[in-house]
Design a protein around this ligand. Sequence first.
Ligand code: BMA
Length: 307
Amino acid sequence: MANERVFKRHKNNPIITASAVPRANSIHNSAIVPFEDGYAGIFRVDEVDFNFTMHAGRSKDGINWDIDPGVIKMECDNPDISINAMTYDPRLTKIDDTFYFTWCIDSSNGPCIGLATTKDFKVFQQMENPLPPSNRNCVIFPRKINGEFAMLHRPSDRGHTPFGDVFFSTSPDLVHWGKHRFVFGTLPSSWQSTKIGPGPAPIEIDEGWLLIYHGVWTSCNGYLYYMGGIILDKEKPWKVLHRTKDYLLAPTETYERVGDVPNVVFPSAAVVKDGNIRVYYGCADTCVSIADAKLDEVVKFVREHSY
Ligand code: BMA
């Protein structure tokens, strides 16, 4: 298949389509983690009434999934935290025995980030929203950095956001976020020239943090979404060490080119096991696919094809 210099697409792609949930119009940008003796996920399900919802799912092998037909119901003891809105693009991070997930809430004040925890993918506890509108992409680091929780996020606007750089923020308690630092921005004349956004939780490697992200280019026919990689400093993750000039994946297959929003690969989960990295990505805002690689080959590629 085209453009497979490091990542190879799975032969069963797309592995999840709308047929997995009775009310689904589409299932795409979703979060997946190892869980118990298999995997668990939070799936973005755009339903037939065009409400965007999140559903939990489980899998033994990470490829064949049982996704709950019902929407995740959050527990929340504070009625001031808005949850009555469309929800989309979850990301998942495990710290100790707790899974933290972030997602976008289409609030009446603009898109903002939600945060919840779960230990079993049955009970979900919603916390204070970590960031105000407008912001559409957020992921938490898998461990504290310099004693604080840390995140990467991408401020946006209320529309389709024709701009966007990635920022780093920290928190002592997952409620109060600050020490905001610019991390990386768009690059002219490239597949990442319009906007960028963090994908799956950063992966700790010897050299620092490997972040898989999406980059967007605006053609005369609209946005195209690509997958890139960047290596950030371990103790100061707002410092960029290497960043892909060549993309890691581009929309080239029919299921990536054709769908509700054409020409989109949107990485939203990464599972590292036995030296391999498996990226789950949304395709054309319609379905979910897998791309596999050796982790050390991805790191080498990012280093060798860097700016
Ligand atoms: C972004 C997000 C993603 C979506 C992408 C392409 O702004 O809303 O959910 O995959 O646009 O439509």
